[in-house]
Design a protein around this ligand. Sequence first.
Ligand code: ADP
Length: 165
Amino acid sequence: MRIGIYPGSFDPLTLGHWDIIMRSAKLVDKLIIGVLNNSEKRPLFSAEERVNMLREITSEYENIEVEMFDGLLVEFVDLKSVDVIIRGLRAISDFEYELQIAQINHKMNPRVETIFLTASVNYSYLSSSIVKEVAQYGGDIHDLVPEQFVDRIYKKFEINKNANK
Ligand code: ADP
């Protein structure tokens, strides 16, 4: 059985992440979405909230699991017998960082390969930071994140969209 992990912060999950999740779930027998517990970075959603949101949205997909991790990804990868790390590439700006991370991970754990899926054209501009930037000023995020999370994101910024209507 080939096991893949798609690690990230997912703070919050965007439609770009979701696109990579759906595409990579077809490439492996089991996909683990690894949610980075990065509390020192003061995320918008706690790691527990992010795990719960991802579990909620993937509940109907039997080959997708959601797990929280901290520390070194390569150690978590061994713990879960992962064969392949999946990352998304949006633009040249992602490349240098991703290349370094993939190379150091491979050096630390030569058993594991990293594969990259190119972002879909529709989402290549999209990042969690952009979503937070737009949402904090009450901008429209409906085309950027899964519908069921829109209100939860506005709520974090204490924005009540219904009151503006
Ligand atoms: P990290 O903090 O590890 O960068 P992110 O949650 O920002 O975590 O991203 C996780 C992965 O998803 C990264 O490989 C990133 O390049 C990729 N990714 C982020 N946004 C998109 C997108 N719009 N399309 C494709 N891949 C994306």
